[in-house]
Design a protein around this ligand. Sequence first.
Ligand code: COA
Length: 258
Amino acid sequence: MNFNNILVNQQENIATITINRPKKLNALNRDTIVELHEAFKTLGKDASVKVIIITGSGDKAFVAGADIAEFSNFSVKDGSKLALKGQKKLFNYIENLSTPVIAAVNGFALGGGLELAMACHFRVASENAKMGLPEVSLGVIPGYGGTQRLPQLVGKGRANEMIMTAGMIDAQKALTIGLVNYVVRQEELVPLCEKLASKISNNSSVAISYAIKAINAGFSSDTDGFKEEIKAFGDCFGTSDFKEGTTAFLEKRKANFE
Ligand code: COA
């Protein structure tokens, strides 16, 4: 895959996407969003890819937000189109991808950058990471799902405070409130994500994809998470991974999933 704003590489069954606009602190412009969509679409369909890690290039920023220069003269209509398209093409797309996505937050994750990290299935941060939703300081609100996913992850009161103050929190605070799962030194960030990815990749990809669907169903007003869980649980019994997993257990060997 050849892109101008992102790098994609794969080692065994783990793919890494690196947003590569370090001079602009990896800000998400329109082209980067299109390229990220293409990359997630392609990797999501590739059975050899069991986990995707997304990070930012350089040691300063994951993503410093949506590209402010690009939307500074937008109209009301342009604004709602930007949010709608972005949510559909990238943020909701990642959240609903059947392949697990880990955000390796290696520095500033602000605005659209934090929204991108929050759309991933979970987050790991380096010690220098700083996170926030500064949109109200620019006269807008988060438009890529931030008003929804931040309260889901950290609770309504903390999300209200972060959004209203437009302030940044450091990695330790993010860990304390459950916004990230681990904080490690910068040089340990990608290795830890790879270690977690490798652990995930030993499990059944089909079962993981059903779990993602059931978990997400509980966070949508259109679906019933418990009903989705019952359906997905039942569906597991029709998969070859279920046969392999249970047979391997009974034969006292390690499962070898497809
Ligand atoms: N959109 C567009 N460009 C951005 C950007 C964004 N969200 N964030 C950073 N950049 C650009 C800067 O304009 C600058 O470009 P230039 O060198 O051509 O002038 C470059 O990235 C480096 O940023 P700079 O501000 O010089 O770095 P800093 O270390 O002084 O500050 C931040 C870092 C993250 C605090 C600061 O860049 C910032 O506040 N960015 C905007 C964050 C934001 O509000 N995001 C939400 C958008 S909705």
